[in-house]
Design a protein around this ligand. Structure first.
Ligand code: ZN
Length: 223
């Protein structure tokens, strides 16, 4: 009797694991139950590793990885397996910040290289803070917010142009001004640590320690 119950449980879990490649979370939970409850035994497998290798041709290490990445994927709403693995390598206390930044920059979709970049960036910032006299990275929130405002203004303008009220508007006269404002602000974001003072403040960076893409690209030879 006990044997039958175990077999049913085996079949139930096995079915979930087999079909679960797209529903990784469910799969990982079933795997955990399969392993911890030793349900694989009822199908004649001596170990969980043997079950994984025989049934799925995956190593126990891979199976363990699925079980580890599933909770991270759920918690941070990450879809990519590789991104979740990468995030597991980030110290727990930095994960929130890493994911926050990655989502802001990528507009929601997170990739493994992005997580690596954001992690490096945060580690570098923390090192700089402990360092001497370097200025912290200025917040770019207002840049982001104004960009959003301008994009919205552009959309409203289009709608107005198509309405009766906006009948006298010539888009070709006004759109370039909006686009000009957008591209000007994009070019003025302080994205890099100043090459001249390494972030301590100088004339080049207007004593902020940070410079734009444009300034970095036009730096004198030798830097
Ligand atoms: Zn400087």
């Amino acid at each position: 009797m006990n044997q039958i119950v175990l077999t049913e449980e085996y079949q139930r879990l096995h079915k979930i694991i087999k079909g679960g490649v797209s529903v990784v979370k469910e799969m990982a939970e079933a795997m955990t139950q399969m392993k911890e409850g030793k349900h694989y035994r009822s199908a004649g497998f001596k170990t969980f590793a043997e079950y994984c290798e025989d049934k799925f041709d995956i190593s126990p290490r891979q199976a363990r990885r699925y079980m580890l990445t599933a909770p991270v994927k759920e918690q941070y709403e990450i879809e990519s397996e590789r991104a979740a693995e990468k995030l597991l390598q980030v110290p727990e206390e930095l994960r929130d910040e890493v994911v926050d930044r990655a989502k802001t920059r990528m507009g929601g979709t997170i990739t493994a290289p992005m997580i690596e970049d954001m992690h490096e960036e945060i580690v570098a910032e923390n090192e700089r803070l402990e360092d001497d006299g370097t200025k912290p990275r200025p917040s770019l929130d207002d840049f982001d917010s104004i960009r959003g405002d301008l994009v919205r203004a552009g959309k409203k303008l289009n709608a107005l142009h198509e309405s009766t009220a906006g009948a006298h508007i010539r888009l070709t006269n006004v759109r370039p001004s909006l686009l000009n404002a957008l591209s000007y602000l994009e070019a003025k974001r302080p994205e890099h640590v100043c090459y001249a003072c390494h972030g301590r403040g100088c004339k080049v960076c207007k004593d902020t320690g940070w410079i734009t893409n444009e300034i970095l690209e036009n730096r004198p030879e030798g830097f």
